[in-house]
Design a protein around this ligand. Sequence first.
Ligand SMILES: O=C(O)CCC(=O)C(=O)O
Length: 310
Amino acid sequence: MFGLKSLLRRPPARPEALWLDEPDALARVERAPVSEAAKQAARDLIVDGFTVLRGAIPGELCQQVIDDYARYGAENADYVAANLDELAREKRLVNFHHWSKAEEAIATDAGVMSVLDFLFGERACVYTSLTFKYGTQQPIHRDTPHFATWPGSRFFGVWTALEDTPPEAGPLMYVRGGHRFPVEPRPVFEAVQAEHPDWTREDQLNLALDRWNGLIIQQAPDHGELVVAPIRRGDVAIWHPQLPHGGSPAQDPTRTRWSVVVHCAPEGVQVHQHDRFFTHAGPGAPPDRYRFREAHGRKIALAGEVAYQA
Ligand SMILES: O=C(O)CCC(=O)C(=O)O
């Protein structure tokens, strides 16, 4: 009889891969002593790279986050006014879970976290979050440059709809099954360095990021169909760290699409940014970057303040 710990602690054949990416992952799901909901999430992530936990978060808690955001806006009116886009909409707010107890409760929800524990094969924690009032209309991308880990792929985007997502507000979209094709970062960066040896490192990294994102956009359609996810208030979408995804175009960009994405990693794995993604050779991790606080029995990284994203 397998225990959950022995099942999940077995190191993956490739240390870079999540156990979900191993050839026997589907069989391992069936043997695991976890809930059917957790098993279905794992099956979806193995096959599609995307899953939705329907109704995982109570609607009242979703509304409390929206109410907290209004209070935050009232208390920080000048800061909000200085962070509007060309349509006079607030930009995305980073790390609101440090201000809003309701968002902190969503970020550390016991049911969702236990699914993540299973998906990582290790205890999950909260790294950072983004709160969206409007659809992002973000082009298809992978999250890995911004959430780089050693070993690799120890990251999930955990996206909660705070209201039903109206089609005209630009729902979440993803490339079903697009989480398997490799695009190596270092050759991209080395090519940029060779072409522009006199540029600053920051400019080289930014161009490498643009080119790497371009390769994902170019190659993703060959690996799966583009799917728009119908997501309702309280549903929680989880995507595989390598899944190409984004925000679909909004027919009405002034329509709200309240949502929060929490960025989660295992407790023992620190998350790094695009400089390390392109330059760190591994296999060991770069030095730790942040410490933790704790809430609802989960670790929450002290990795940045509440702030609108530039
Ligand atoms: O919410 C969206 O529209 C897209 C979010 C996204 O792509 C991300 O957070 O990485």
